[in-house]
Design a protein. Structure first.
Length: 221
């Protein structure tokens, strides 16, 4: 992993990209497959948010961070991976924002295990079968169900098209912003290292950035 100084420098570069845009976006550092030291590096660089994709890895880091860094403020932890309902129970208490909520069973299980939790509804505007997210027509029902069960729906989340086509990516981002506006949701979690600038130009208020901050990701063991 890169040093604290290198990570802080890269963090500053991402923040500059955000400031150059018309969006005021929160930067969420994607720390999956990096050691728990990455959480500490983000806090030291001035960040407050980290994201993980895998349940057991998130839990392990959450517990280890508390033991190893008692003097550091714990980051706000986002879960951004494909979420299985049977993992919600073990994740509750470690996750601050559930970003990949895309079906009713997840809404019900999060409400049961983590009452009052903050969630984002993941949208799949282009109908890509190989990734998570509900189709736009299901968004109203999921928002209503989550609110009925006491969850706080902060906004929507989207992952850009798998093929990286900039025209399709723009279409996906713009459709997500339209939906967020329609339902009065302030958070639009859009954009990663490869499509950061486009996401910001389309109105992202939250970007999920990994390699631009930490460099090449280590292989999953």
């Amino acid at each position: 992993m890169l040093s604290d100084d290198e990570i802080a420098h890269r963090w500053g570069g991402v923040q500059q990209s955000v400031r150059r845009s018309t969006s005021a976006a929160t930067v969420v550092a994607v720390t999956k497959t990096f050691p728990v030291e990455a959480w500490a590096s983000v806090i030291r660089a001035g960040g407050h948010d980290v994201a993980e994709n895998y349940a057991q890895e998130l839990i392990s880091k959450s517990e280890e961070f508390s033991r190893r860094y008692p003097g550091l403020e714990r980051p706000r932890v986002h879960f951004i991976g494909r979420l299985q309902s049977n993992k919600v129970r073990i994740l509750a208490g470690h996750v601050d924002v559930w970003q990949s909520v895309d079906r009713e069973v997840l809404v019900d299980e999060i409400a049961r295990r983590d009452p009052g939790a903050h969630v984002l509804v993941q949208v799949d505007p282009l109908g890509e079968a190989d990734k998570g997210g509900c189709i736009p027509g299901q968004v109203p029902e999921l928002i209503a169900r989550a609110r009925e069960r006491g969850l706080v729906v902060d906004g929507l989340m989207v992952i850009g098209p798998t093929n990286g086509d900039p025209l399709l990516t723009r279409r996906a981002f713009e459709r997500t912003v339209e939906l967020a506006d329609e339902f009065g949701l302030p958070v639009r979690s859009m954009g990663m290292s490869g499509d950061l600038d486009l996401a910001l130009a389309c109105g992202s208020t939250m970007v999920r950035v990994g390699s631009a901050i930490f460099g090449d990701r280590p292989p999953v063991r």
